[in-house]
Design a binder for this molecule. Structure first.
Ligand code: RRO
Length: 310
């Protein structure tokens, strides 16, 4: 069974990427994971200035997943340009890399994109419009508002010709509307979804489990929401979709592919098992062969009872 996917002017050797925020800049995992067995990876979100991040504890483990409030901790665009991208350029060959970008306003997003655009080592940008823990316009993530989403994408589109992905939030009435705003503004693809706002508290004291208070929920509990967001986005736009949220195994990934995603990302599962991404790759090959498929593309958007158009 063929796992390769031709997208965004290149070939992904398989459809499995590591999600933003769960693999650093690749280097952090390279002793443990053979990154070049993956379809690709998305870096931690990069901002114009370095960010120290939020107060500890930054993650809480639950039976159904994980809640985080990292607070966009990252070394800032200059160190990413000077140190992180050169490492990626020298060490990552077959995996395709997207740099995740975040900011407080359109100008900050565009300045990060513009400062990295001429560098080697990566394919494109994933514009993170949906961080629940560090908000933009009017104190809310950009992805909660179609016009704010479009404004950021339009501004980034002016400073790069590389592939631009818009990473959206699940907590909107219809993510298809936001996906359409992103695509109309020039996004080449849409990533669904970021974490969903969440709060874990100690029942006796009422104190939040995380230093920052609330955070974002990821892991298995997010999967049905991510799959439904992917289905809704597939109805709304024609650009390629990337599905993320609660993928632990190949069967989870197949749900996103069937809903219309061309690629998937593995995130929280990598914390428990750094080889989760590679295992999803091997599992997809096994499942596809067993189903008699010729290519992973046979799954993409394959009709389901709640499929396209409904
Ligand atoms: O850094 C974070 O706290 C964070 C980010 Br930027 C994001 O996009 N999603 C998330 O759950 N946490």
């Amino acid at each position: 069974m063929r796992l390769d996917q031709a997208l965004f002017g290149t070939t992904f050797q398989n459809p499995v990427l590591l999600a933003a925020g769960t693999c650093g800049f690749g280097q952090e995992l390279a002793d443990v994971v053979d990154l070049d067995r993956l379809g690709g990876l998305v870096t931690k979100s990069v901002t114009a200035e370095p960010r120290a991040g939020n107060a500890a504890p930054r993650v809480a483990e639950l039976d159904v997943g994980m809640v985080n409030s990292i607070g966009l901790a990252n070394p800032g665009v200059e160190r990413v340009r000077a140190e992180k991208l050169p490492w990626i350029a020298a060490n990552v060959r077959r995996a395709r890399v997207f740099v995740s970008v975040a900011g407080h306003n359109e100008a900050e997003y565009a300045s990060v994109v513009g400062r990295l655009d001429g560098e080697a080592g990566f394919l494109g940008f994933e514009i993170n419009l949906s961080c629940p823990n560090d908000t933009g316009l009017a104190g809310l993530p950009f992805a909660l508002d179609p016009a704010a989403t479009a404004a950021v994408i339009e501004r980034c589109r002016l400073v790069t010709e590389r592939p631009l992905l818009a990473k959206l939030a699940p907590n909107v009435p219809d993510v298809g509307v936001v996906a359409r705003a992103a695509a109309d503004a020039g996004a080449d693809g849409v990533t669904l979804v970021n974490t969903v706002p969440a709060l874990v508290m100690h029942p006796d004291s009422g104190k939040p489990a995380l230093g920052a208070g609330p955070g974002g929920l990821s892991g298995p509990a997010l999967r049905p929401t991510g799959v439904e967001c992917t289905r809704r986005a597939r109805i709304a736009v024609d650009v390629p979709l990337i599905g993320v949220g609660g993928i632990n195994c190949a069967a989870d990934a197949v749900q996103y592919l069937r809903a219309g995603a061309s690629l998937v990302q593995v995130g929280t599962a990598s914390f428990a098992d750094p080889h989760a991404g590679e295992k999803v790759v091997r599992g997809l090959e096994r499942l596809g062969r067993r189903a008699g498929l010729g290519s992973v593309t046979d799954w993409v958007g394959a009709a389901t009872p709640a499929g396209r158009g409904q």
